[in-house]
Design a protein around this ligand. Structure first.
Ligand code: AHR
Length: 496
């Protein structure tokens, strides 16, 4: 078998811009994703800025989180925004029926979300309640958030609740998973409802892109129906796809740690399905929307394993290992390839839930391998994608054979070219040889995320087991970039 991957980066044929929002993050009222993970309240002994954990803010700022989606998820279609405004002590306590049956005291509501996004410098994506709400409720929420100061009664109410100026809602989700937890609807009915909700959600302050609840995985019929009935009323269609090691039964996904190599292989093979899903959903969208005005917003993606041993299964807590780093990098490379249609995405979820960036426990916080991959890829945000042609050896395990190497490349706004190289083979280093068409470079340097074990991960006691290291093994000579990628590694280089 061929051992070396050969590629060409066509920097002379630049592609579309990778929108920063592709690196968006999802935060839901779920487990400790918000309460304890982001929000501890002003009176907490955990260091905070107006109730937001300072360690979490600092870590998320460093990876330039461009957009945050809130409040759900399944939670969104049961959320009534009025429960989350006004004095916190007066807000109603409800049961979070989707996630663990715990009390939801609504202490994190619209103002708290907006304050969080503002502290991160992130765009806002608010998901409206279509499943159990009304178009009037959504339109009033949008008015409450966006009407100019001193105008309508709702704008005055916002002011009375402490925020004079209008908030900016950059994206409005029209429900979530309307085929499932959002109300078990047929696509036709969901489309009609989408049109109705979209018609009455009007901002007081400029563009607010409307994202319809789209398909999951390979549900191409949903996409076709939605685009046919709602295509002209929406700006985006959501796609959800979760990567699981075992796909047979939803209840049996496989553990996050101590997995056999077969589940390393199946996880990475399954995550690569994202490419086919995007390709085929996009092709259907092309039929209804040849100008590609409507984006495909992959606003829930990432790994979903069995719950961490001893945790509340409704909290979706899981450890995050080197395998998750691979999943993150492979998906970002796929999104880069599809940058024209995929103009926004949100990994599920930001803190303490599913494939999280950060894990917290009381006052402790740790950065996951996924966090470090997002850090490596910061230069992708707003950069121009560069087409890549790739001829790669395979990584094989049992019946599974997948490309061992994945490559993506961008040119940033200052003109520098960055190359991401992923070697999913857990056993073998692979040399890469990459022709650089249209790049004038003499050297390459960057960082690598790798470790010796497939399930290497960071804990509160050992937070740096998986962390980026300098990578100095790349050379540029005669217009060709060469490097040897360590087994199971993500390498990101800048050419100079
Ligand atoms: O991210 C967890 C859940 O997964 C979301 O609430 C829902 O949209 C999806 O099924």
């Amino acid at each position: 078998a061929q051992d070396t991957a050969n590629a060409t980066i066509h920097a002379d044929q630049p592609g579309p811009v990778v929108q920063p929002e592709v690196f968006g993050q999802f935060m839901e009222h779920l487990g400790t994703g918000i309460y304890g993970g982001v929000w501890v309240g002003e009176d907490s002994s955990i260091p905070n800025d107006a109730g937001y954990r300072t360690d979490v803010l600092e870590a998320l700022r460093a990876i330039k989180v461009p957009m945050v989606r809130w409040p759900g998820g399944c939670f969104a279609d049961e959320y009534h925004w009025r429960d989350g405004i006004g004095p916190r002590e007066d807000r109603p306590v409800k049961i979070n029926t989707n996630w663990g049956g715990v009390n939801e005291d609504n202490s994190f509501g619209t103002h708290e979300f907006m304050g969080f996004a503002q502290r991160l410098g992130a765009r806002t994506y608010v998901s409206a309640n279509v499943g159990s709400g009304t178009p009037a409720e959504t339109s009033q929420w949008v008015e409450y958030m966006t009407a100019a100061a001193g105008t309508t009664m709702l704008a005055r109410e916002r002011e009375a609740n402490g925020h004079r100026d209008a908030y900016k809602v950059d994206y409005l989700g029209i429900g979530n998973e309307l085929w499932g937890c959002g109300g078990n609807m047929r696509a036709e009915y969901a489309s009609d409802l989408t049109n109705r909700f979209a018609a009455f959600a009007k901002t007081g302050n400029g563009p607010m892109l409307k994202i319809a609840a789209g398909p999951s995985d390979a549900d191409y019929e949903w996409t076709d129906t939605m685009m046919r009935i709602s295509g002209k009323y929406i700006d985006g269609l959501a796609l959800h796809y979760y990567t699981r090691p075992r796909m047979e039964k939803w209840e049996d996904k496989g553990p996050a740690l101590s997995f056999p190599e077969a589940e390393w292989a199946s996880t990475l093979a399954n995550t690569l399905n994202m490419d086919e899903y995007i390709t085929r959903h996009s092709a259907i969208m092309d039929v209804h929307d040849p100008e590609r005005r409507v984006m495909l917003a992959v606003d829930e993606w990432g790994t979903w394993y069995d719950p961490a041993p001893g945790s509340n299964p409704g909290f979706l807590q899981q450890q995050n290992s080197l395998r998750d780093a691979m999943v993150a990098a492979l998906n970002i490379n796929i999104f880069t390839k599809h940058a024209e249609r995929v103009r926004m995405a949100a990994i599920a979820q930001m803190v303490n839930v599913l494939q999280a960036m950060l894990l917290t426990d009381g006052e402790r916080m740790v950065k996951t391998p996924t966090y470090h991959v997002f850090d490596l890829y910061v230069p992708w945000q707003g950069a121009t994608s560069l087409p890549v042609e790739l001829d790669t050896p395979e990584y094989r395990n049992g019946d599974i054979a997948i490309p061992a190497i994945s490559v993506s490349a961008v040119r940033d706004t200052a003109g520098a070219v960055h190359v991401a190289l992923v070697n999913v083979d857990p056993n073998q280093a692979h040399p890469v040889s990459i022709r650089l068409d249209g790049v004038n470079a003499r050297s390459a340097s960057g960082r690598v995320v790798t470790a010796s074990a497939m399930d290497a991960h960071n804990t509160f006691d050992r937070p740096d087991v998986v962390a980026p290291q300098d990578f100095s093994g790349a050379r540029v000579s005669g217009g060709t970039l060469t490097a040897t990628l360590p087994a199971k590694s993500v390498v990101v280089l800048q050419l100079r």
